[in-house]
Design a protein around this ligand. Structure first.
Ligand SMILES: Cc1cc2nc3c(=O)[nH]c(=O)nc-3n(C[C@H](O)[C@H](O)[C@H](O)COP(=O)(O)O)c2cc1C
Length: 209
């Protein structure tokens, strides 16, 4: 696929066919991730790839399996999601968090080395390792798209990070920014409408006008 075709085709997918995935493709996708820019030249990133369903089930066990309509309404309200297009996307996404990772052909846990408290940064550059791995993650998303797979992601909430660490045994100084699921896109996958914007309103030539 041509670069801009890939960029335009990339969407977050939460409906997968429950089918295995080609591990050679996963290697190419991770290799694309490893080409991303990195703040300290080190690319100290590792990827735990889980395609054994029993391990996936254990890994995602802390994610709520069902979300009632009442709970969904409560979340949308308490997160102050007031935009209609945004709300629709969350109504679709929140109830699918467990199932999307379960049905993906594999779950990848990217991890990066972090030696100080990420949540108490003293300045912006203290977040550089976190920023760098997100460059890597975007490359993974684009590469998965170019391979004609869908991808999804979830940010670990509450104690999910510690739990995943205990299941997968990655070292204490490494942090997972997110779960990534990659898989074959279901025929009836939902594509929530993207929020519209006018590009020219977002570009400010020679100063904010
Ligand atoms: C930093 C970040 C965090 C996100 N967290 C989640 C998440 O926890 N669960 C989820 O299903 N999607 C998550 N997403 C995906 C967004 O919901 C999605 O990118 C957004 O709705 C736009 O849709 P699109 O990616 O299909 O264009 C996240 C995306 C980003 C960049």
């Amino acid at each position: 696929m041509e670069f801009y075709d890939v960029v335009n085709a990339r969407r977050t997918i939460r409906d997968f066919k429950d089918e295995p995935i080609d591990m050679e493709a996963i290697k190419r996708i991770i290799a694309a991730g490893m080409k991303a820019p990195t703040n300290d030249h080190m690319r100290d990133w590792h990827f735990v790839v889980v395609n054994d369903k029993a391990v996936v089930r254990k890994l995602i066990n802390k994610i709520p399996k069902k979300v009632s309509d009442k709970r969904l309404e409560f979340i949308i309200k308490s997160w102050k999601l007031e935009d209609e297009c945004q709300q629709k996307s969350y109504y679709d996404a929140i109830p699918k968090q467990y199932q999307m990772l379960l049905n993906a052909g594999c779950v990848i846990i990217p991890v990066f080395k972090q030696e100080w408290d990420l949540l108490q940064p003293k300045d912006l550059s203290a977040l550089n390792r976190f920023a760098s791995i997100w460059c890597c993650i975007e490359n993974i998303f684009l590469a998965a798209t170019a391979e004609n797979y869908g991808y999804t992601l979830r940010i670990p909430l509450g104690n999910e990070q510690e739990y995943v660490k205990s299941v997968l045994n990655f070292p204490d100084e490494y942090i997972m920014p997110c779960y990534i699921g990659i898989g074959k896109i279901a025929e009836d996958a939902v594509y929530p409408e993207q929020k519209a914007y006018v590009l020219d309103d977002r570009i400010h030539m020679n100063g904010w006008k």
